[in-house]
Design a protein. Sequence first.
Length: 577
Amino acid sequence: MRAGKRREKSMSTRIFLGIFLLFLFILVIFSIIISTLYGKRMEEMEINYHLEVTNGTKEQFNMLTSMIDAYSYSLVSNGAVQEALENGGAGQDVEQIRTYINDMVRMNDSINHVHILGINDFWCSTNMQDSRGFYRQYLKEYVEGTERKGIWTGFHSTEEDDYLSSTSYIRPVFNSETKEVYGIVVLDVSYESIHKLFTASSIRLKDKAVIVNSDGVILLQYPLLADYTEVLRNYPQVLKKSTQIEGKLYKKDVIIVSEKINLADWSLVRFVQKDAATESIREILKVFQIVLVITTIISICYTIWLTRSITLPIKELMQVCKKVMKGDFTVHAAVKRQDEFGRLGDTFNSMIDQINDSFDKERRSRNRKAEMEYQILQAQINPHFLYNTLDSMKWLAVMQGVDNIAEMSTALINLLQYNLGKVEGETTLHNEIESVRNYIIIQKYRYSDMFEFTTMIDEEAEKCRVPRFILQPLVENSIIHGFNGERGNYRVHIAAVIFDGKLHIRVIDNGMGMDADSTEKINKGQEKSTRFSKIGVSSIRERIKLYFGEEAELIFDSEPNVATIAEIILPIIKEES
């Protein structure tokens, strides 16, 4: 036996280890393929995405410059503006021009102010303060030079408006043939709009960036407290052209991306940390690791389940075999499966059932033999002899005019015929009530009419089938044990009705009754009192459950010196027509 147990355990272990190692091998191979083939590629894609976002920021700056250039062109090509600059504003509606530039400022949040300055000192501006002194130097350069393109200034604030920082786009107004300059138009672009454009992508991508001019002067930076002077000095090539190089920032690996923007010859320089650029791929790998752990746990659970599904049926069959070897043929293998183990269990159970059938046939044969012996003993009493003798006594009493003896003999004959003349264990409630009536006739002669017997039986209830001889013991208990002869006016009442889908039969007497404690014990089958015959009550309860199952009930309810109710509740089975 010990060797068998070791082999069984060894088989379970081998199955578990084999399946689990197979799952683990597949998961490891899959993780290696993911990390080697796709990890590097996804990292490159993530870095390229950050670089594309940098280019997107550059394009936004270029869109801003293009928009400002378009606004300035609409001014320099405006006939009223050209004529006002040529004539110094004489004969022109300056208010019309001022309305035009005020509308331009209101329509675009990026523009702080619009100014128009002429060589004859003509001035029209959206600013209430006169800041023409700052722009005269640019007008002078256009007048003295040959350049006629628009230029961007650095960030500045005028003396009259020193709290508002902006960069200005200046464009000359000149004669297209003679190239003579009449004046300039100036659009001040707010620092706030440029700063918002610059910091939006930096905040979203959590990287670092600066805007520098061609001299290396930092105009904007993010974060504000960072120091980029040293890194710009170490990599001067980022100031001259658009480029992409790898470098160090605060001893961390970064990708330095420089893009020229059409805004005052500035450059947008971003320092993309490799850790930040590959954050998404690390998140994906982390999720993959979690999935790997979960898959491993599921694999272990599945392996355990599969191992148990193979070994448990074998253990179950072995336990059943041990019990059968000890002589217990009532056990069955509980292997409810649709596979070879299930068929083996069914075959084993069928074998046990066949053995049990053989034993049952043997038991029935023995019981039949005992019953025949009992019937032989019962036949020795010869009920027909009793019937004939009682019948002779009845007619003798009739001929001699002793009617009470004749009536009592007739009732006894009918009672004996009902109790001894039938072999079946069931009858109708009607027949059972009639048998009780014959019993009452005999008892009334015995107890000198000291009680009254009444019935109230529903017509449908009379047709219901009941076990034989279940009411007479209850009536007998009422008469013998319930009536003491002291009070008189005793009564026995039988009521039967179909209620709530069941047959309810009540035997009620107004005799001595019982207290609550005795009633409870009798209902539980624990009381051994003189009020109820233990054999009669237990026999009735046992027989009704034998015929009708656990649905059948016998319940007592009693109150001392008031009444006792014995209620039988049975399922409804009506007599076949």
